[in-house]
Design a binder for this molecule. Structure first.
Ligand SMILES: [Zn+2]
Length: 294
């Protein structure tokens, strides 16, 4: 078995020890070599070093039989280790509670972590994510310039506030625009999504419908604005393209309507109303809905 460096070998051996409840320790671990051993009287050990010919670290000596009992509270499970293992989970669910983290840790690794350790692990994971995101934001300028260079007919804009703080970014590829003009129905859907992370902001997108009745992305923008802006978007579009027909997404209408009109019966009647294809059916569905809604 080979590793990129000694640190990768250390991480892999640590993961394996945690999963099997072995309380091992590292005598040394750096990029070129590593040496791990178990506590007395267990004779398990594992060591490896860099093979200059291949440029990888390989295991050179090992005794992979443990004679030690299970470690109840493995000291290898530090807050840093937990943070690194749950980084992808916090990326998707940054508001995950320490209680849920502890429960998952118990299920996966049979480890009962203290509240303090869970709190520190969560803090470290969020800090790691913020650092990563800041690095990504720092690349946006060159990212936009590269788009401008490679797609001269497209439109790409990056807006920043005072102090180089991100404000908005617009992406519109010329290929997508051309595809929409030449092969799509003349329908543009506008939608806004609110990322539920510490980043905040709004992702606004314009989509069309292609020949297969599938969604076709036209352009999108990420903005740091308030809700009132999104509310005014519809009016702005009506003003600019006043000749076009405007309709609203039924799912969005229902999502707002159901806040005050709850229940499966009303939901069924709502969709029946929307699916009516002739006037008499529509009027009948309206009456049914009024009767049910009281
Ligand atoms: Zn052992």
């Amino acid at each position: 078995m080979s590793f990129v460096d000694g640190l990768q070998a250390r991480d892999a051996i640590t993961d394996n020890a945690v999963e099997n409840d072995w309380q091992i320790h590292f005598k040394r671990a750096n990029k070129k070599q590593f040496e791990a051993a178990c506590h007395d009287p267990c004779a398990w050990f594992c060591s490896g070093s860099l093979v200059s010919k291949n440029g990888v670290v390989v295991i050179k000596k090992s005794d992979d039989v443990h004679t030690c009992p299970r470690a109840v509270r493995n000291k290898l499970v530090t807050s840093t280790w937990i943070a690194s293992k749950y980084l992808h989970v916090f990326r998707l669910h940054p508001s995950m509670s320490c209680k849920d983290l502890g429960r998952d840790l118990m299920q996966r690794y049979a480890f009962d972590a203290t509240k303090c350790r869970l709190y520190h692990a969560k803090r470290k994971a969020i800090d790691m994510l913020v650092d990563t995101v800041e690095e990504h934001y720092a690349k946006l300028s060159s990212y936009t310039l590269e788009f401008c260079r490679s797609d001269r007919e497209g439109r790409f804009e990056l807006h920043v506030d005072v102090g180089a703080v991100f404000n908005a970014m617009y992406i519109g590829f010329s290929g997508l625009k051309k595809g929409f003009m030449e092969g799509c129905r003349r329908v543009i859907g506008l939608d806004g999504a609110f990322p539920k992370t510490y980043l905040g902001g709004i992702l606004l997108s314009a989509v069309g419908t292609d020949g297969n009745n599938q969604m076709y992305p036209i352009a999108w923008v990420v903005v740091e604005v308030e809700m009132s802006f999104v509310g005014g978007l519809e009016n702005a579009v009506k003003e600019i393209i006043s000749m076009a027909e405007h309709i609203n997404c039924a799912r969005n209408i229902y999502a707002n309507w159901k806040k005050t009109h709850k229940g499966p019966a009303l939901k069924q009647l709502f969709w029946k109303l929307l699916r009516s294809t002739y006037m008499q059916e529509y009027v009948g569905a309206c009456r049914e809905l009024e009767k049910e809604d009281g």
